[in-house]
Write a new protein. Structure first.
Length: 631
């Protein structure tokens, strides 16, 4: 705790104060008592402050002088009580009955009542400065008052003028009370200082940039992260109007993006009303790159291994009646908890629909676990889906492994390319659906799971059921709710919308100016069948920008990137007619062979023309390798 400085205007008070100091032994070392009257007390106060005094005590006019010179230093007044004045009047009455009370405005007095009590003729003369004391005393003498009663200056001037005077002395009780009050101020200041240090420590150690302003918008506090962001020294920031640094505030913005020294910053403003602290606004600054890092961390921590649905229905681009109807049906499905089977050619956005259904369902806060059944072998698929215990097989991880079904608990599991799931695993999947429970590989314990299943296929599962390649009972379990996503050739009015969307996206990503496409280019885009659907449009757009990142792109350049000739553009329907049949998305071996032969047995081009992946084509050829067509 800091020191207390006491400035006494006269010697009697000085000695009384020293006496009180001796009695307060616990404060003896923390009290410094000096003598100083009125203007002379200013130099005394300076020395006390220099020596560590944090609170000053004085009285009357002397206190007024100190207050004017040191407005930021806490001051405590030694009050003049009615008893002190009464004692002085009684002493003055012994000299004469005509008494003038010469006092400063801030001195406590009840002179009029005391005059009646002691049956004396007394008049009060108030002064504000020491030089007024002489005029006040002369006026009192002219009016017939023979004894002056007042503080140190009145007593001093009266003595010098040869006029009777009595000093109003402050008693020990008043001195004691003022010291205790000063102690309370010191304790409060100490608590405030600790709080201020705590706030400063918190501000300096938070990753956010923080500024606070007063109610006039002037900056009061700023932490180091904020200074690092705005690249300004503290002395140029404190006291500056916040609108000079962020003009966007003039428009009433509470949250906005701003660029400081090529760094994009998210600015948030919160207006508060703390009158005692004169705080108007709290401003936080955070770099967009840091927000992205936090979002990435939170997502990966919230959902194990990053199992999260990123897409919503708003991300699905299209204005055609077919896609709108498809979206409406999917939204209605989201309100149910039944299994969903999504049909659609490759690249139509089956997983996007699955994620969108999950994100508006009651399971939206749970994980979304996506599994590509075509990418897992039969032995690996079982352990991945249902997990295993330690020692279940050679090479099993110590402690076992949690299966994807368990990871999807209270959420959704998306089984993509379900048609590629082996029959042996289909039986286990059927049991998991029926029992709402799974059993880890090598374990005999049943684990309940609360999972919604959404499956997807680019093949006609019903046709596979007829051929015995897919279990009928599993098919009917999966197809409680069915959704068929139309291929892009059936919603050609959406092609340009999609292209423009991806053009904007990749132009922004690669910091390129969005190119202008000529009319012929749009005609080519509109008439091309897009066998790879939306995925092909996206890949093509990125490839187009990479190849011709200029301001103007022609139809010929687009045809070159699509690897098509003009005469082939409008005959593409014939090459892909098998894909447009409503009864099946399955390609028969003769059609595959015909298209393969047309492409000189180039599998990459054949897969592209068929609208399937190269791996899928390889599997088809593998299944048909005993056919006489492929001998």
């Amino acid at each position: 705790m800091g020191k207390i400085g006491i400035i006494s205007p006269y010697r009697k008070l000085y000695y009384e104060t020293l006496s009180v100091k001796e009695e307060l032994k616990e404060l003896k070392e923390d009290i410094d008592v000096r003598i100083g009257l009125l203007s002379n007390a200013v130099d005394v106060a300076k020395d006390l402050i220099k020596n560590g005094a944090e609170v000053l005590i004085s009285r009357g006019g002397t206190l007024n002088y100190i207050r004017r010179e040191f407005p930021d230093i806490p001051l405590v007044e030694i009050e003049i009580s009615s008893y002190d004045i009464a004692e002085a009047i009684m002493e003055a009455k012994k000299i004469g009955s005509h008494i003038a009370l010469i006092i400063f405005n801030n001195m406590l007095y009840e002179g009029r009542n005391l005059a009646r009590l002691f049956d004396v003729d007394m008049k009060i003369f108030c002064i504000e400065r020491e030089e007024q004391a002489i005029d006040a005393i002369r006026k009192a003498v002219d009016e017939g008052y023979e004894v002056m009663v007042g503080g140190g200056i009145a007593n001093k001037v009266s003595t010098q003028m040869g006029i009777h005077s009595v000093l109003i002395s402050s008693g020990k009780d008043s001195i004691f009370r003022s010291i205790r009050q000063a102690q309370s101020i010191l304790r409060y200041r100490n608590d405030v200082l600790k709080q201020s240090e705590l706030i400063e420590t918190v501000m300096e150690n938070t990753p956010l940039g923080i500024l606070t302003t007063d109610r006039n918008g002037r900056i009061k506090m700023v932490n180091s992260p904020a200074l690092d962001i705005i690249k300004m020294p503290r002395e140029h920031v404190i006291g500056e109007n916040i609108e000079n640094i962020m003009p966007e505030l003039k428009d009433g913005n509470n949250s906005f993006l701003k660029e400081f020294n090529e760094n994009k910053i998210m600015v948030n403003i919160k207006c508060v009303d703390i009158v005692s602290s004169n705080i108007g606004c709290i401003v936080t600054l955070e770099e967009i790159s840091e927000i992205s890092k936090k979002e990435k961390y939170i997502r990966s921590a919230f959902v194990k291994k990053g199992h999260v649905a990123r897409f919503c229905f708003e991300h699905i681009i299209g204005e055609s009646p077919t896609i709108k109807e498809c979206i409406q049906i999917a939204k209605r499905y989201a309100g149910f908890d039944s299994t969903v089977l999504i049909f659609g050619e490759t690249g139509t956005g089956k997983e996007m629909f699955a994620q969108s259904i999950h994100n508006v369902s009651k399971r939206s806060k749970g994980p979304f676990v996506a599994v590509n059944c075509a990418s897992l072998s039969e032995t690996l698929m079982e352990s991945e889906l249902f997990g295993y215990v330690e020692g279940a097989f050679t090479g099993a991880s110590k402690g076992g492994k949690t299966g994807l079904f368990e990871m999807a608990h209270r959420g959704t599991i998306f089984l993509d390319e379900i048609s590629e799931m082996p029959l042996s695993i289909q039986a286990k999947l059927l049991r998991a659906i029926q029992e709402k429970a799974i059993m880890r590989l090598g374990d005999d314990r049943i684990i309940p799971v609360d999972v919604r299943i959404i499956a997807a296929s680019n093949k006609d599962l019903f046709e596979m059921v007829k051929r015995g390649d897919f279990r009928a009972d599993l098919y009917y379990r999966l197809s409680v709710l069915t959704l068929k996503i139309p291929p892009l050739r059936e919603r050609k009015e959406d092609v340009i919308l999609l292209f423009e969307h991806f053009l904007d996206l990749y132009s922004l990503k690669y910091h390129m100016k969005k190119p202008v496409i000529d009319r012929k280019g749009y005609d080519v885009l509109q008439n091309y069948l897009w066998p790879g659907n939306v995925r092909e449009v996206e890949n093509f757009t990125e490839r187009l920008l990479a190849a011709y990142g200029s301001s103007y792109i022609t139809g010929e350049q687009i045809m070159y990137i699509l690897d098509i000739k003009k005469e082939d553009l409008f005959n593409a329907h014939e090459n892909l007619k098998v894909m447009a049949t409503s009864s099946s998305m399955e390609l028969d071996e003769r059609e595959i062979y015909r298209i393969l032969k047309e492409n000189n047995f180039n599998k990459t081009r054949t897969a592209k023309q068929l609208g399937i992946g190269r791996t899928t084509l390889w599997r088809m050829l593998k299944k048909q390798e005993n056919s006489e067509l492929f001998q």
